[in-house]
Design a binder for this molecule. Structure first.
Ligand code: PLP
Length: 445
């Protein structure tokens, strides 16, 4: 029998590609795999009743991140997001609050799957008109004003988002605290932020809970993530955190992933922060050099390089294709963006290859096609109702008038054009066309 996955991985390994994408270890060997792949045997502890070596390791991570409690996930931030929202639901139930959250529209689709599981109502904060379709920078003032108007069980933010935009968590957390509403942050892209010269981690800025995908920006195996509970958070969050994770998690966590989380603690207490700062510095310099040559960049995240290549004459996909031709694989490309993710493990030689490849791209007439405007869609059903309804997959061209049953479409990169339960219209169909979305699941009539 053929082994297509093994073959693809071998070919990619042997190609020597510059990995401008996740995971943060960049393919550099960590430890040998199978020999360390265990289960919850005596002495190995139990992940969601951690009292032994796992608890000790989690406490080390908590000390490094400055949290009241850190719980490991071997199933990415996706698991932590469900757990965070469940914890907020428990608190809401105790206080008789509605299961309603206020969220920035640049949320990852896991928010929608969590909303379906927990039957959450989501009030969206949409991007301002001047921000275009794919951005959603939220301010403390905006949050404070929303919290004055309605009762919410939590505020949920995604920062940094996929293209690397960051919201001011400090002022937002003050607004939330002022209103007595917990702030939950999807910090999947920002585990490393804690270790920059100026700590930019959401927990340090006052978030009550956040998830970090260690695998995205730290040298950890794919799937490695943290659920962090802040020191100022309601006590029930830390007390119930393991139970919340266990509710959604597999009972067979990967010990290889747990080992990589433990190993990175040692590195974070040692030389890794310096390597992170070096990469952040080099990324900043590269961004500056590219801007000097006329490239337009997006986002303010330190260790991510997001180009808006249209002003230089290319779509994001075209620019990604040029890099690919030179053995450089990006994290993400769409018509407007090219997202590159160096990490502490990106060597000087790889950054030099990236720089030369980008500097070698000739400037052309700007691409003027803009993303179509998307009006807010009518909420016809709750996320849960839509996602649990019988559905059919239809061509996106025929979707106008129908209710979306997929968690969302077009996510990543950022603001989902439509989420489950919204009634699609012609404008949504135009957006789907623009992003190459050919089909979607809609609620069966
Ligand atoms: C913003 C954001 N949040 C959450 C996730 C889910 O994280 P994970 O893949 O670690 O489950 C992703 C994944 O890409 C993401 O981009």
């Amino acid at each position: 029998m053929n082994t297509p996955v093994c073959d693809f991985l071998r070919a990619y390994r042997e190609s020597g590609a510059v990995r401008m994408h996740m995971p943060g270890h960049k393919g550099k060997p960590l430890t040998g795999p199978e020999a360390s792949d265990l289960t919850e045997i005596a002495g190995a502890d139990e992940l969601y009743r951690a009292r032994g070596i796992l608890r000790e390791s989690e406490e080390n991570a908590a000390a490094l991140f400055g949290s009241a409690r850190t719980v490991y996930s071997a199933e990415g931030s996706s698991l932590c997001i469900r757990a965070m929202l469940y914890l907020a639901c428990l608190r809401a139930a105790e206080r008789g609050l509605p299961r309603r959250i206020l969220a920035g529209r640049n949320a990852h689709k896991t928010l929608m799957t969590a909303a379906a599981l927990l039957d959450l109502e989501i009030d969206w904060i949409y991007p301002g008109k001047e921000e275009g379709l794919l951005s959603c920078r939220v301010t403390g003032e905006r949050i404070a004003s929303c919290l004055r108007e309605k009762e919410y069980m939590a505020v949920y933010l995604t920062t940094p988002d996929y293209p690397g935009r960051m919201s001011p968590v400090g002022e937002i957390s003050r607004a939330c605290r002022g209103a007595g509403v917990p702030l939950l942050v999807d910090n999947a892209h920002g585990a490393y932020l804690r270790f920059l010269e100026r700590d930019e981690h959401p927990l340090s800025a006052g978030a009550d809970m956040c998830c970090d995908s260690a695998h995205k920006t730290l040298p950890c195996l794919t799937g490695a993530a943290y659920l962090h509970i802040g020191k100022g958070a309601p006590e029930s969050f830390a007390a119930e955190a393991e139970r919340a994770m266990a509710l959604f998690a597999s009972t067979s966590p990967s010990w290889l992933i747990l080992q990589s989380l433990d190993r990175v603690n040692g590195e974070l207490a040692g030389p890794l922060p310096e390597r992170i700062r070096r990469t952040a510095r080099e990324t900043r310099e590269l961004r500056k050099a590219l801007e000097g040559r006329g490239w337009q960049c997006a986002g303010d995240e330190e260790m991510k390089l997001t180009l808006c290549p249209k002003s230089f004459g290319y779509t994001g996909e075209e620019a990604a294709g040029i890099l690919r031709g030179q053995g450089i694989e990006c994290e993400f490309a769409d018509p407007d963006y090219l997202v590159l993710m160096p990490s502490s493990e990106t060597g000087e030689e790889d950054l030099r290859r990236l720089r030369e490849a980008l500097e070698g791209i000739p400037r052309r007439e700007p691409v003027t096609e803009r993303p179509p405007e998307l009006k807010r869609l009518e909420r016809a059903m709750s996320v849960r109702e839509a996602m649990l309804s019988p559905a059919e997959v239809i061509p996106a061209e025929q979707a106008a008038g129908r209710i979306l049953a997929d968690p969302c479409v077009g996510c990543p990169p950022a603001v989902p054009p439509a989420v489950a339960g919204e009634r699609l219209d012609e404008a949504a169909a135009a957006v789907f066309r623009y992003y190459g979305i050919r089909e979607c699941a809609v609620v069966r009539r």
